[in-house]
Design a protein around this ligand. Structure first.
Ligand code: SF4
Ligand code: SF4
Length: 414
């Protein structure tokens, strides 16, 4: 066991729920890097201009369709019921920025908004500039306001520890529905202070939100590619509201995570498909561990959203305060090497404790890729190239599929 570490600084954050006492996170000297994330601003601007991002549901529509073929009958039914509840929330969010405020503006809205968000159940609330460089190509005209309110709602603990399972997926999707509804309430409240509020729905994101959450001081990027926040790591679902209310911005924080992940590596080692890079690399202007989508998605799709990289993270399981206290006391990662933290069960393969992993064949990773319309076309070409004679009926079916794909894409991108 290492000698006790020297503490460089202590991060003080509000308690998880409104009224809970503040927490204090000690950051050991050897974990200090910089507040937020290492970023090369010029590179972020370059990639944004030359290679703008696109929403996952547009870029990867082929595997989104495929997901449904992997669901059990009962889960598919559950998803259909979930969509019935969720869709009106997404639609209300889409037009929320057009609703005018109806009173004179409050000159100092920051703390009233923060308090209201906490009353509505958000554990993490922060303010920053909405960074348009991250906006998805199909959302560039939609985003109206310059200030971002970053919000995280805690996903229930016990359901999450059952990852990967349908029960954990109920918890995950259920959290989105809850925060989708309370975000609309928060937007109403912001209008009652005299300002516009545009809700960026979880199911219709305008951008990857993590860089802005980091700027607002709500956490740092973990090696699992997720935002690690003080109370529950990445077990918080992110939501954003943009506004013209003149909010005061929060500052990024160094929680010690940038370097802690280099030492921990539990998610990297435990990922069943080795989808996480061990070392950090520069990607679109940010220094980070990179997730391989091609290796991750087949596991996510077949094993109830997978998320083992969330489940095995000590910050998710124990919270940042005890994890960092333990590191200061011992130089070790709380829970590392235990089945309680690292163990997981895959429904058709059994339980895997520390040091044990499943094996997948190369065929396992072959799933539909890219945009659905491109994938349908590629499949069609391959059949022709293989000399298959297609019937009139099959040709008509192909035409219907392409028409449906183009219609869905138009709806998604406006
Ligand atoms: S979701 Fe599963 S497969 Fe994907 S990176 Fe996380 S642990 Fe690996
Ligand atoms: S499991 Fe460890 S390495 Fe992975 S995100 Fe959590 S703290 Fe970082």
């Amino acid at each position: 066991m290492c000698a006790k570490k020297k503490v460089h600084h202590v991060v003080r954050r509000p308690g998880n729920r409104l009224g809970d006492p503040d927490i204090e996170i000690p950051v050991a000297e050897d974990l200090v890097t910089e507040p937020g994330a290492p970023v090369r601003e010029g590179d972020v601007s370059f990639y944004s201009r030359e290679y703008p991002l696109e929403a996952h549901f547009v870029e990867n529509s082929a595997d989104r369709e495929w997901l449904w073929s992997q669901y059990t009958e009962s889960f598919a039914q559950w998803r259909v019921e979930h969509e019935k509840v969720d869709t009106p929330l997404v639609e209300a969010a889409a037009v929320s920025g057009d609703i005018p405020p109806h009173v004179e503006p409050d000159p100092d809205p920051t703390e009233p908004i923060r308090r209201k968000a906490r009353e509505l159940g958000f554990s993490e609330v922060g303010f920053t500039r909405y960074d348009r460089r991250y906006t998805y190509a199909s959302k560039k005209k939609w985003v109206k306001f310059q200030h971002a309110i970053c919000l995280a709602y805690e996903q229930e603990y016990h359901g999450t520890q059952k990852i990967p399972s349908e029960e954990a997926e109920h918890t995950h999707f259920g959290t989105y529905t809850t925060e989708g509804a309370v975000s609309l309430e928060l937007a109403d409240y912001i209008r009652s202070l005299g300002y516009h509020a545009q809700v960026h729905s979880h199911s219709d994101s305008s951008a990857p939100y993590i860089p802005m959450f980091i700027s607002a001081g709500l956490g740092q990027l973990g090696a699992n590619g997720q935002l690690l926040m003080p109370h529950f790591g990445s077990r918080g679902r992110l939501m954003m509201i943009t506004t013209d209310a003149p909010v005061k911005y929060d500052a990024p924080v160094d929680y010690g995570i940038n370097r802690f992940c280099d030492k921990c590596q539990v998610c990297v080692v435990r990922c069943p498909s080795n989808a996480l890079s061990r070392d950090k690399l520069w990607w679109r202007g940010t220094l980070k561990n990179k997730v391989s989508y091609a290796r991750c998605r087949p596991v996510m799709g077949r094993y109830d959203g997978c998320s083992i990289c969330m489940k095995v993270c000590p910050v998710q399981k124990y919270g940042m305060e005890p994890v960092m206290e333990h590191y200061v006391e011992t130089g070790e990662v709380l829970g590392k090497g235990t089945d309680e933290l690292e163990g997981y069960t895959l429904k058709d393969k059994g339980h895997f404790g520390p040091g044990e992993k499943p094996h997948f064949t190369p065929e396992f990773f072959q799933i539909p890729r890219g945009r659905y319309e491109d994938w349908v076309y590629e499949e069609f070409k391959e059949r022709l190239a293989a000399g298959e004679e297609l019937t009139e009926e099959e040709l008509a079916e192909f035409g219907d599929e392409v028409r449906e794909a183009v219609r869905t894409k138009r709806e998604a991108t406006g």
